[in-house]
Write a protein that binds this ligand. Structure first.
Ligand code: 6R9
Length: 692
């Protein structure tokens, strides 16, 4: 039955009937309340009146239909896009239950379309040809660039033609290793246009991580640039690609084309290391190609992209998204969760190397014909006011970012914000990790001038788009809560045994039944897909997150329950960091746990056991950290290395992370029962070495 999924809806209706959701202007009730769950922030009337979903009642209507008649609800929306051929029947089919056979999800199967066509050609033809698609802000302030929808289409077509000419065909993989320059969304769209499967690798990943991904997806081409400036640093990306290609060749994967964009402001081509025959300058070849390019029409279930993400084992997972469902889902979630209107100027600070940059820098907004801002640099360069300088410069109306940035700007002080008027802002967004109530209030009061609703969007690489999110203006918010499910999403909270719990409760967050944006498999490893996501709680998709539902039905995400750490909104598997550490010749064993971190949300705390006879030193500590930077990327560098002559293990040899977490957070009187350890003395020893 679906009745339990409406309990949250009934509860907002009750609040509304009690007159609580009406003409009250936005206020933060604040500290005097007994619990943070009682703090309600009301939308102001003026905002609600113009909102796409102006009331709980409207949401209730739409939500009910979306779960009672998903096929009808989603086909109505899908019909607004261009389909060369309409999808068949059924609109979707799924097996979500591993006990009944292989997990399988399909939406709009038989429908023939192209997401690039829907992002660009469709908007150009409907009168938006001269509308700005992308404003580009470089690392160094003072200049800018932009492309209209028509110009963007032309650039995309030129690259698509080039790739086709070089033999890239439908279904081929293309690896993109680029910073936030316009060529990054251009590259994604060009792949989509010709049916190639892009795999964007965040340009903060090391050569080894890049090589690992290249070996897994075997691309025909790698697209990169020579270098990028981030803040005052120059990062030579091409050299990282060179090293990665040497590495992947060792596994027999040879890439014979590396298209390199000359990012002049960071580095001139003369200083770039070059491999004749393999490397080609983008600017020398791409502009010579025609500015129109026929679309490769694909099935709704043909793959669109692969994006690698961390799991609880060392090997990253290639999350695979297909075309039709992803298109419909990202466009719809973008529109409603940000109350998008054609006059908006939208800026998402995420990098296209992560899922947020796929769904909500590129596809979702462009499908809506939105004007987006793409920013190359660092948010605190030249100073902590940079974001608000950009907001004022482009008159940004919707600003979507991560709690880690909010907390770091909050620490730098209000003056950096209040120096700028920020009058254009009307909606704020948050993603990547739970936003703590105090950061929420600062974001709301100081950045948003107490007038902009905050969409705290809970979702994952795997979900493709928003799952639990506020709809601005529809209902009161609670600082720190992602509020209620998006249309078509049926979250459930289950206990350890996998039984659904109703009403006010805490447990594991799962989802019942599919939604169009769901990932369809892990590339080349459908078994791991089933084991990781569908076997833990049969009948459901398991998110890996813990969650609480309060008395009013609001959802509060409480963080990962697996061996994944969330550092500044980046997902890092403890096993990946451990394997990087033990690849250091002087490290015998490593155990990594997450600790609370004021700005990053979580920090990385590594316990290391050295090879017999090797003394622990400051130099060795640095070289261990260096190893992780080299193997994964700077963002995964441990914040603290703790020398551990021995690790707390059970008699069967399993490391007891629970104890390590307590030692790492110095909660030494909460160590619990240590009597089952093979050697209980190691705990005392670790405590004694804590501050070495
Ligand atoms: C979109 C994205 C997914 C994990 C997810 C959860 C955490 C993301 C959140 C949030 C609380 C939010 N997460 N958004 N937790 N509130 N609004 O970040 O994807 O990189 O795959 O990470 O991030 O733990 O499971 P991804």
């Amino acid at each position: 039955t679906t009745t339990s999924h409406f309990s949250h809806v009934e509860s907002i209706s009750k609040l509304s009937a009690a007159g609580k959701i009406s003409g009250v202007n936005a206020v933060v009730l604040g500290e005097a309340l007994a619990s943070e769950e009682d703090e309600l922030v009301f939308p102001n009337d003026e905002f609600s009146r113009q909102a796409l979903v102006p009331s709980p009642k409207k949401y209730l209507e739409m939500y009910k239909r979306s779960v009672e008649d998903p096929a009808g609800f989603w086909s109505d929306i899908a019909s607004q896009f261009y389909w060369k051929q309409k999808w068949g029947r059924p609109v979707f089919s799924e097996n979500f239950d591993v006990r009944k056979g292989n997990v399988k999800i399909e939406w709009f199967k038989g429908g023939i379309t192209n997401i690039c066509y829907n992002c660009l050609d469709r908007n150009v033809e409907s009168g938006n040809a001269d509308k700005i698609a992308i404003y580009w802000e470089p690392n160094d302030p003072g200049s800018q660039d932009s492309l209209t929808y028509f110009q963007l289409l032309q650039r995309v077509c030129q690259l698509a033609n080039y790739l086709k000419d070089k033999g890239v065909k439908k279904g081929d993989a293309v690896v993109i290793y680029l910073p936030m320059i316009m060529e990054l969304p251009i590259a994604m769209l060009a792949c989509a246009r010709i049916g190639a499967v892009h795999s964007v690798v965040f340009a903060g990943f090391s050569a080894e991580s890049l090589a690992q991904r290249i070996v897994d997806c075997k691309p025909k081409v790698v697209l990169t640039c020579n270098a990028v400036k981030r803040g005052s640093k120059v990062i030579t990306l091409k050299e990282i690609v060179d090293a990665a290609l040497v590495e992947s060749a060792k596994s027999g994967i040879l890439v014979d084309l590396c298209l390199t964009y000359e990012n002049k402001s960071a580095m001139k081509r003369e200083s770039t290391k070059w491999r004749e025959g393999r490397d080609v300058w983008w600017q020398d070849v791409v502009p010579k190609y025609p500015t129109t390019c026929e679309v490769e029409w694909v099935d709704a279930e043909d793959p669109l992209f692969l994006l690698y993400t961390s799991g609880s084992t060392g090997k990253p997972k290639g999350v695979l998204h297909t075309t039709g469902g992803y298109m419909v889902y990202t466009a719809t979630t973008f529109k409603y969760a940000f109350d998008y209107k054609p006059s908006d100027i939208y800026w998402c600070t995420a990098d296209c190397g992560w899922i947020t940059g796929h769904s909500y820098v590129t596809y979702g907004p462009l499908l809506n014909g939105a004007t987006i801002v793409v920013f190359e640099g660092a948010p605190n360069y030249p100073d902590s006011g940079r974001c608000w300088d950009i907001v004022d410069k482009f008159k940004v109306t919707i600003f979507y970012t991560a709690p880690t940035l909010v907390r770091s700007l909050m620490r730098d002080g209000d003056e950096y914000v209040t120096r700028y008027p920020r009058k254009s802002l009307r909606v704020l967004g948050s993603v990547g990790e739970p936003i703590n109530p105090s950061a929420w209030r600062w974001f709301f009061n100081v950045v948003g001038g107490s007038r902009c609703p905050i969409s705290d969007t809970w979702w994952q690489t795997e979900t493709g788009g928003f799952m639990i999110t506020p709809l601005p203006g529809a209902w009161p918010q609670k600082p720190g809560s992602a509020t209620f499910p998006f249309f078509g999403v049926q979250p459930v909270i289950v206990d350890e045994k996998g039984a659904e719990i109703e009403g006010e409760c805490s447990g594991y967050l799962c989802v019942k039944s599919s939604w169009p944006g769901a990932f369809r498999t892990l590339y080349g490893d459908h078994e791991r897909y089933e084991t990781t996501y569908f076997k833990p709680f049969p009948g459901y998709y398991f998110s890996g997150d813990g969650c609480r539902r309060d008395k009013d039905g609001y959802y509060w995400l409480t963080g990962r329950v697996d061996d994944v750490i969330n550092v500044s909104g980046h997902r890092i598997g403890t096993a990946e960091v451990e394997s990087a550490l033990v690849s250091h010749p002087q490290c015998a064993e490593a155990a990594v746990v997450g600790i609370e971190h004021e700005v990053k949300g979580q920090g990385i705390y590594a316990f290391v056991t050295l090879v017999d006879g090797v003394p622990y030193s400051d130099e060795l500590r640095k070289s261990l950290i260096h190893k992780v930077r080299n193997q994964i990327g700077a963002f995964a560098a441990p914040d603290k290395v703790h020398w551990a002559p021995g690790l707390p293990k059970t008699r069967s040899g399993k490391i007891m992370r629970r104890i390590l977490r307590k030692i790492a957070s110095r909660q030494l009187n909460e160590l619990g029962d240590t009597s089952t350890l093979a050697d209980p003395n190691v705990v005392e020893q670790l405590i004694a070495l804590a501050d070495r």
